[in-house]
Design a binder for this molecule. Structure first.
Ligand SMILES: Cc1cc2nc3c(=O)[nH]c(=O)nc-3n(C[C@H](O)[C@H](O)[C@H](O)COP(=O)(O)O)c2cc1C
Length: 206
């Protein structure tokens, strides 16, 4: 079993990575592998709503890691997305990345457990956390919870290490994710998957 960890910070080895690494270590203790994908700190093209992905399943833009992330999530059993808090929201580049990664691809990610984690210096964590969870709850992805809303506090990796409750929240999340993955595996061929109806898109017009 493998969990895809997306590091949505411009800092590859910053606070968000520190929290994700705590999760990776705990997953490993539970016998579950993980892979961290850093979105980079270059420009990330926003979604242009061209609809190209509806046909191919991939984004028409290929000069960043979005298509690689789509590929990795197809192979992974679950995902955890991490972001720094920027003005009480996830990093804007990460939102552009996830918009393109998720738009029109809900069916291919359905039933893969997911979670978000955020890192902030002081405030705005739960607003950013809520925003990230929207990607999962529109994609039939079971959201894994922890003992608190998933955040760590700090401006440097060292400060995050000193946020003992935040780090414990990361470990609890990892163990809950491991438990759900093992339950899903144990239920294979025993509990039928829920039927997925075709999407009825009414656009608020009757
Ligand atoms: C543009 C920008 C906006 C930020 N906005 C907030 C904020 O609203 N609340 C907060 O507590 N910290 C804010 N911060 C601080 C970061 O969220 C915090 O340092 C975070 O832990 C950095 O994580 P990273 O090392 O993974 O990038 C902001 C930082 C930047 C660069």
């Amino acid at each position: 079993m493998q969990v895809l960890l997306i590091n949505g910070s411009p800092h590859q080895y910053g606070c968000t990575h520190t929290a994700l690494r705590e999760i990776a270590k705990e997953l490993e203790r539970e016998g579950i592998a993980s892979q961290e994908l850093h979105i980079g700190n270059g420009p990330i093209q926003p979604c242009t709503a061209c609809g190209g992905c509806a046909k191919s399943g991939y984004c028409v833009f290929s000069d960043d890691l979005v298509n690689q992330a789509i590929e990795l999530l197809h192979k992974a059993d679950a995902m955890i997305v991490g972001s720094p808090v920027h003005y009480a929201a996830p990093n804007g580049s990460l939102c552009a990345f996830l918009d393109r990664m998720f738009f029109r691809k809900s069916k291919s990610y359905a039933l893969k457990p997911a979670a978000a984690i955020v890192s902030c210096r002081r405030g705005g964590a739960s607003a950013a956390f809520d925003r990230l969870n929207k990607y999962f709850t529109i994609s039939s992805m079971p959201v894994v919870s922890s003992q608190y809303w998933n955040s760590v506090h700090g401006n440097t990796p060292e400060e995050v290490q000193r946020d003992l409750e935040g780090m414990q929240t990361m470990r609890t999340l990892a163990r809950n994710m491991a438990w759900l993955l093992k339950c899903i595996d144990a239920a294979k061929n025993k509990v039928p998957l829920p039927i997925q109806e075709d999407w009825i898109a009414t656009n608020f017009i009757r």
